[in-house]
Design a protein around this ligand. Sequence first.
Ligand code: 13P
Length: 258
Amino acid sequence: MNKSRRPLIAGNWKMNAGGRDALGLATGVAKASAAYDAVDVVVGPPFTALAGAAHALESTGSAVTVAAQNMSAEASGAFTGEVSASMLKDSGVTWVILGHSERRALYAETDEIVTRKVAAAIAARLRPIACCGETLEEREAGRTMEVVERQVRAFLPELAKEPGFGVIAYEPVWAIGTGKVAKPEDAQAVHAMIRGLLWQSSETLAHATRILYGGSMKGDNAAGLLSQPDIDGGLVGGASLDAAGFAKIAAAAQELAR
Ligand code: 13P
């Protein structure tokens, strides 16, 4: 972590806690993380719970904001089942996770689609959390840097239009939901490479862009990752479903930010 950037800890609930349990989890996170005022804390419920969570957080005066997990690249029209950026914005949503590896692998999202979504989000004033990360096969073939560079180069020109508005999340696919967290120095090497790509665009973009790590991040391994110079926060899956456990990650970020 570099003290010039405010740490961001975002939860990706995936397809969990989208019903009655969502409000309890969102307000539980707000309570458990209220003391960590040097950290941006974000919850990421499924579509069905976004407006409710955003409303509940806003009415309690919480600083916790809400992220959607996906959206359409289209603005409106005959796209049955899809949700647009402006609809999310109107529902009180601040962020949108785009290009998550599960979307890429299970729903065939290409670099081109992810880039169109990043552009559509920014146009609607929704802040993108653009994801990248290599698979186990790619890592074992020594292709980590090449794959992540390709993914980042695709959406980077969109992020460059407004330095600091969007965020990048590096999530090695083999570390997601497996309990196999990346070694802090290995994650740092990829984050530094990404920072270098941002530098090629502009110094401002490199300084302003927060790069999150995701993949089996938990309260007990967060400090090691977050103490790396180019790791500015976390995108947390499993551990974000428990308010107290998630708040421990925010606590680790707060400690390093002070
Ligand atoms: P886990 O924290 O469960 O490994 O998930 C990470 C992730 O995919 C967040 O987007």
